[in-house]
Write a protein that binds this ligand. Structure first.
Ligand SMILES: Cc1ncc(C[n+]2csc(CCOP(=O)(O)OP(=O)(O)O)c2C)c(N)n1
Length: 351
């Protein structure tokens, strides 16, 4: 255990024991993310999805576990690997798949694509493509929550490749200085594109960065849904009741390439297979059977079929949806009150 971990958030004794139906719901959410991503990979190879597409396969327990301890009006903001968080937040597979297809029915009206999912209703503030760019925005969300006297909290996710970005450190400083109700969650999947964590970051473990800002620091096993939930609940309680920030390092692994166009030659098959041995979905499935949440494996297979059907319906919906109207290309870029009137142009022909 690192010393940052010893300065952990106090146990609030939040009841994390879930009724069986709730356990099954979380299992279903992880399965939905897995099947959604597999379908997205297929659609990408069929050229139905264009541009970037970063998959979350292997990291499902992280997204589902952290978001499962939130209230519906808490805020979530993340980087470009955002499909899993969006689905865990309750955004529909239809609006998410349609966004990947660039269709008008997508959650960002087909204008954001894979990296820019967004839902005001679900308090899901994106989907951001600039590495570390979401971290000051997260601080801003948490500042607003505090300033307005709400009891809300913000979860701000970032990759292990974002921990050395200047804005992240500026954000940690402000979060600690102003006691913002935010939890920064480093999704440590060991790779940032083709660069390993060991080659890019000094001062491991990453949770030690909490020291520099006198913040609580917590480490969780991102392959274990229950561990993720328990640790996140501690951090959320600290933010909600004492308006104190926490830095979490959640250890996970991405099975697929950095994006769909990455052949992944920088790591071995053996490394990937080793991590698959602690697959978060299989681990939780075994737990459900052991705890007799379901009668037998057949019940879970039926659930899987149901999820696959839901994802197929999302695919069909996306395919049949209309393209965005080109006349709307500049809509939704600024809020109505911030619209800048067109600047009258002079006649510069003499130049
Ligand atoms: C400021 C900035 N620098 C570089 C890039 C190019 N880039 C995109 S993703 C990425 C790797 C980030 O990896 P990590 O933060 O570990 O997230 P992961 O992909 O593992 O989820 C890089 C360098 C970028 N988008 N923004």
């Amino acid at each position: 255990m690192s010393s940052a971990e010893t300065k952990s958030a106090p146990q609030k004794g939040s009841s994390l024991e879930l009724p069986p139906a709730e356990k099954l719901r979380l299992y279903r959410q992880m399965l939905l993310i897995r099947r959604f991503e597999e379908k997205a990979a297929q659609a990408f190879t069929q050229s139905k999805i264009k541009g970037f597409c970063h998959l979350y396969i292997g990291e499902e327990a992280l997204g589902v576990g952290t978001i499962s301890v939130l209230q519906p009006d808490d805020a979530v903001i993340t980087a470009y690997r955002d499909h899993g968080h969006a689905l865990a937040r309750g955004m529909t597979p239809k609006e998410c798949m349609a966004e990947l297809f660039g269709k008008a029915t997508g959650c960002s009206k087909g204008k954001g694509g894979s990296m820019h999912f967004f839902s005001k209703e679900k308090h899901f503030y994106g989907g951001h493509g600039i590495v570390g760019g979401q971290t000051p925005l997260g601080a801003g969300l948490a500042f607003a929550q505090k300033y307005l006297g709400t009891q809300r909290v913000t979860l701000c996710y970032l990759g292990d490749g974002a921990v050395n970005q200047g804005p992240f450190h500026e954000s940690l400083n402000l979060a600690a200085l102003w006691k913002l109700p935010i939890i920064y969650i480093i999704e440590n999947n060991e790779w940032s594109m083709g660069t390993s964590l060991a080659r890019s970051s000094a001062g491991l473990p990453l949770v030690n960065r909490a020291h520099g800002y006198d913040m609580a620091g917590l480490v969780a096993n991102g392959m274990d849904l229950d561990d993720v939930r328990a640790k996140t609940a501690e951090a959320v309680a600290l933010a909600r009741t004492e308006s104190m920030p926490t830095l979490m390092e959640i250890r996970t692994y991405r099975y697929r390439g950095h994006s769909m166009s990455d052949p992944g030659n920088y790591r071995t098959k053996e490394e990937i297979e080793k991590h698959k041995e602690s697959d978060p979905i299989l681990l939780y499935k075994a737990r459900l059977l052991e705890q007799k949440v379901v009668k037998n494996e057949g019940d879970l297979e039926k659930l899987d079929e149901e999820v696959k059907q839901e994802v197929q319906e999302a695919y069909d919906f996306a395919e049949q949806s209309p393209e965005p109207d080109p006349s709307e290309i500049y809509d939704d870029m600024l809020s109505p009150e911030d619209q800048i009137p067109e600047i009258p142009r002079g006649n510069y022909n003499h130049f």
